[in-house]
Design a protein around this ligand. Sequence first.
Ligand code: NAP
Length: 259
Amino acid sequence: MDLGIKGRRAVVCASSKGLGRGCAEALAEAGCDLVLNARGEEALEATAEHIRITYGVNVVAVAADITTDEGRAKVLEAAGEVDILVNNAGGPPPGMWHDWEREDFIKALDANMLTPIALIKALVPSMMDRGWGRVVNITSQSVKAPIGVLGLSNSARAGLTGYVAGTSRQVAGSGVNINNLLPGIHATDRAVALDGGVAKAQGITSEQAKIDRCKTIPAGRYGTADEFGAVCAFLCSAHAGFIVGQNVLHDGGGVNATL
Ligand code: NAP
């Protein structure tokens, strides 16, 4: 299917690896020019070069921490006017409800709620002026079904979800569509780290932790960044203009819910 976004310009945050990279590659395959971002310069440059060579699109790489004012300013300066924004950042660490202090919540809110909101506020007005835009926020299945040890993530992402629910309906009339894409378990560094934590806590190997977790997913496996990226690219496509403020699960059936 032609996604109808060839030549569009997209910012994909936190995209040297994992789900962000999957989204960047799918958008590049659809013909979008990209602004990529991550903190580590080496992996970011390697990803940018791979995408340039593979898809023949223009790629600007901005090494910066997207959760800081300075990092966002660097990305926005390089970005200029963009048509597509994919919001992403690393997830907060796991822990127990009684251990988190105010500072832990502020850090999680900054990364996973206030950063995407700041970028939406910076980039959506010019999309509205031009009558076309797409925003996809990478959040988590924890928005639909809480994961106890990820309480910082549950809290921050629920806040973003509430903001998007109202805002998406305010901007839809100007041709700008904002939606959230909710990953379940995907085979990325983040999943390996979480499996490592479970293995340590239960005195088992990481491989066993992965096997155990696969049993909780009806699809019987972890998702891939490529699959996730393809869904993101569709939500950014010309065909997704009637999808507004939705929370699209990509979880292999992991969330056991009717709606
Ligand atoms: P990942 O494999 O660890 O990749 C994270 C990417 O983001 C890397 O490119 C990393 O590069 C970049 N990054 C992290 N923090 C950043 C920051 N502050 N500023 C700029 N770039 C940053 O993670 P992932 O699995 O793709 O997860 C992406 C998001 O989805 C996370 O918020 C995660 O919590 C959420 N999620 C993932 C899963 C899953 O199963 N994978 C499930 C539910 C939710 P640098 O480290 O070099 O900056």
